[in-house]
Ligand binder design. Structure first.
Ligand SMILES: Cc1ncc(COP(=O)(O)O)c(C=O)c1O
Length: 374
């Protein structure tokens, strides 16, 4: 069988499959490079932990200089604060619901918690909850800079929401935030143009808010594809990339900026069926790889060392591959390393990850916030 030099696990028989493996070397490098970049442009780094959901990795990010972490859900924050002793969390998600505010108030006893909002209703609900509990909470107003998902429109609309937050004594407007997830292009100049435009909308909005005598310390942006660009706009103070710790094959759509050597997390999978010469089945289906499509590489994952093999169909436990004529390494019992299309939902399917150092598994880390979607 062909073993590619790009594989990270030397002896695949040392794990049962499918197994999520993480290269400690690539992980450490990704964390260190982003931390150094943030420092070099004097912007605070607040990584989004949805990508790894692991206490060990959150701690590595904090040790590398992160000011705190970003979570989407209260459940993720509970794990990171209660089990991981992380003391500064932004919930960069519209948090709506009385039960959630109760849980946030509990967390505020142990950590600084900031919450994103993008509606008058949520502002009112959080203000009432905080008033009842005699607490003041930090608020990030979420801004839509082009992704058209959540967030109030940058500019005038954002100013009106900032004024609304500012008039509540139990809310403190800590910042504005955007997820510039719409920034995507093959051409690096085009990505840069889109990313800078998002950063400029944020800074302009911040200046408009401040011109109404409202204090606004933080201007926060967050995306891996745009991480080297949006935060460079003068006036941006915080960045929240998530995917960068592991990277994934969806990033291959951005030309040669990301490659196999940047991808820390992979699956070791075994060929379990070879019913025809031109197809085989890996033991990694949609319950392992998740069903996200990929604009950068055909199929449901990138097989390291076999770029022309397409993982064509996923059923729950079957990864059905189309094999080019003469492709070696796909006999029954052979193993491959697969880089998932989108690592974040994939991680949420796993209980634990095997940590690989110098080609050997040296540890297993729990995906501690797995399934914490409430
Ligand atoms: C609100 C928010 N901030 C930051 C990020 C991080 O973006 P990326 O995964 O591209 O690093 C995301 C990703 O979904 C997000 O939703």
């Amino acid at each position: 069988m062909t073993v590619s030099a790009e594989r990270i696990l030397r002896d695949p028989s040392s794990v049962d499959t499918p197994q999520l493996i993480v290269s400690e070397e690539i992980l450490h490098r990704n964390i260190a490079e982003m931390a150094a970049f943030a420092k070099s442009i004097n912007v605070q780094l607040r990584p989004h932990i949805k990508t790894h959901k692991s206490i060990e990795i959150a701690r590595l990010q904090m040790a590398a200089g992160a000011v705190g972490i970003t979570c989407a859900k209260v459940g993720e924050a509970e794990v990171m604060v209660n089990e991981g002793d992380i003391d500064d969390v932004l919930l960069a998600y519209p948090i709506v619901g009385a039960k959630k505010y109760e849980r946030i108030v509990k967390l505020m006893e142990k950590a600084r918690i900031a919450v994103a909002v993008d509606s008058a209703t949520a502002i009112e609900m959080i203000a009432q909850a905080m008033t009842r509990h005699e607490r003041v909470i930090d608020i990030y107003l979420e801004i839509n800079t082009g992704q058209n998902r959540s967030g109030v429109m940058w500019g005038d609309e954002a100013v009106r929401f900032a004024q609304d937050i500012d008039r509540h004594p139990n809310l403190r407007l800590a910042g504005i935030m955007t997820h510039e997830g719409h920034v995507a292009a093959f051409d690096p100049d085009e990505i840069s143009k889109q990313a800078i435009a998002a950063g400029e909308k944020m800074v302009q909005t911040a200046e408009m808010i401040r011109s109404h005598s409202i204090n606004l310390p933080t201007v926060s942006v967050g995306s891996t594809p745009a991480a080297r660009m949006t935060p460079t706009v003068a006036g941006v103070t915080e960045m929240r990339p998530g995917t960068y710790v592991f990277n994934d094959s969806s990033l291959f759509r951005f030309g040669d900026q990301w490659g196999v050597e940047d991808c820390a997390a992979r699956f070791v999978a075994t060929v379990v069926s070879r019913a025809a010469a031109d197809r085989c089945v890996l033991d990694a289906g949609s319950k392992t790889l998740a069903l996200d499509p990929n604009a950068g590489h055909k199929g449901y994952g990138y097989i390291v060392g076999h770029p022309d093999v397409i993982i064509d169909r996923l059923s729950e436990e079957h990864g059905a591959c189309v094999l080019p004529e003469g492709e070696e390494g796909f006999e029954i019992g052979d193993t491959v390393e697969v880089i998932p299309n989108h690592i974040c939902p994939t991680i949420n399917l796993m209980d634990r990850m095997a940590v690989v150092r110098d080609g050997e598994v040296v540890d297993y880390w729990q995906v501690a916030a797995r399934g914490r979607v409430q």
